[in-house]
Design a protein around this ligand. Structure first.
Ligand SMILES: Nc1ncnc2c1ncn2[C@@H]1O[C@H](COP(=O)(O)OP(=O)(O)OP(=O)(O)O)[C@@H](O)[C@H]1O
Length: 347
């Protein structure tokens, strides 16, 4: 599908804090109509808060959110409701009304929008067909599988013809097979209806399978923002993938950090401290390291520079192979690089 150049949504210096602690630290970005953007980040990075600000469910402390060119903070109640209809939300836990059937849950969004009964019937039938729930119209949520519940959630989100679909961990509660079918449905919706999709997730695999652009959110800041082909280069797992793999990984990271030694054991992997002027820079070098030297880089820790105006960062990284050419290449492309030591392979 040819990409339209119309802007679907834009945020400008979006800032949000809870109890004095900043959660979104002045984010600015724009999303083109028809794009699929994945926002990835660890738990607490601010993903849900960002999505809630985009939907108008959360009021930013500073900064603006524009939906199809309209700044939602300046709209009156009635105008805000109309703009909100242009945004559909899909939730991790589906958020269906237990007391209503599949039909009734989808209908609710249309009832709230004041759509007449005859128009509702036609629209619900259309949506049921689109998400593949024919024959399940009269079932209640308790009679549905997780995947079917999410199909209802998607149909409900699409009911008012939104321009943007915001998906908050839409597949996190689903098994791998069901996840695949929901991702396929979202892809179909994007292609057939030209709907912009913004999905937040902590699963790199979901990003690889659906997103065309990826933003990495870390401590309320965008650490990287790239088209998917420039983000990873291949479908191989690379450091960032591992970085976001959760608890197990952080235990592993801890083990690996404490295993750094001066002497290089046989097959030992180099552990580096890499300082860059811009925090996003190192993660953008990871695909190049892979392409040029077939080396993957595991980022164990990122320390952002304290000074807010300085976006630099220090990364602690383990490379998958000790390669002099790769190390020389890195030295030329970053502010500062030190080999801290080596870790035995296999840890
Ligand atoms: N309503 C609230 N009141 C106070 N603190 C909040 C509120 N909502 C979010 N936070 C805090 O803001 C931070 C970011 O939360 P958010 O839910 O946006 O992160 P997330 O990246 O979506 O995490 P997760 O993947 O765990 O859902 C967290 O420290 C959270 O505790």
């Amino acid at each position: 599908m040819a990409e339209s150049l119309t802007e679907s949504l834009r945020v400008d210096r979006l800032y949000k804090a809870f109890g004095g602690s900043p959660v979104l630290e002045g984010l600015s970005f724009s999303i083109q109509a028809g794009d699929i953007v994945g926002i990835i980040g660890r738990s607490g990075a601010g993903k849900t808060t960002l999505l809630r600000c985009l939907h108008g469910a959360e009021t930013p402390d500073a900064g603006d959110v524009f939906i199809e060119g309209q700044e939602i903070g300046r709209l009156k109640e009635k105008e805000l409701l109309a703009v909100r209809r242009r945004i559909g939300m899909v939730f991790q836990n589906f958020n269906l009304l237990k007391s209503r059937t599949v039909w009734g849950n989808i209908s609710l969004a249309l009832e709230i929008a004041g759509i007449s009964k005859s128009a509702r019937i036609a629209r619900i039938q259309e949506l049921i067909g689109l998400v593949g729930l024919e024959g399940h119209e009269n079932k209640h949520p308790s009679q549905l599988s997780g995947g079917q519940k999410q199909r209802v959630g998607i149909a409900r989100a699409l009911a008012t013809n939104p321009a943007v679909l915001l998906c908050d961990e839409a597949t996190s509660a689903l098994d791998p097979e069901t996840t695949s079918s929901i991702l396929a449905l979202l892809s179909k919706i994007n292609q057939e209806l030209s709907i912009t999709i913004v999905l937040i997730t902590h699963e790199m695999d979901v990003i690889h399978r659906l997103a065309r652009r990826v933003m990495v959110l870390e401590q309320g800041r965008i650490m990287e923002d790239a088209r998917i082909e420039h983000f990873s280069g291949t479908k191989e797992k690379h450091a960032l993938t591992q970085f976001f793999e959760g608890e197990e990984q952080s235990v592993l990271s801890g083990q690996r950090l404490s295993a750094i030694q001066n002497e290089k054991p046989h097959g030992g992997l180099p552990a580096l401290r890499v300082t860059v002027a811009e925090s996003a820079l190192f993660t953008s070098l990871i695909p190049a390291l892979y392409e040029q030297f077939s080396i993957t880089s595991q980022v164990l820790r990122v320390n952002l520079n304290e000074n807010y105006s300085d976006t630099g960062a220090t990364h602690f990284v383990i490379l998958s192979r000790d390669d002099e050419n790769a190390l020389n290449w890195l030295v030329q492309n970053v502010e500062k690089m030190e080999v801290l030591g080596y870790v035995p392979s296999g840890i």
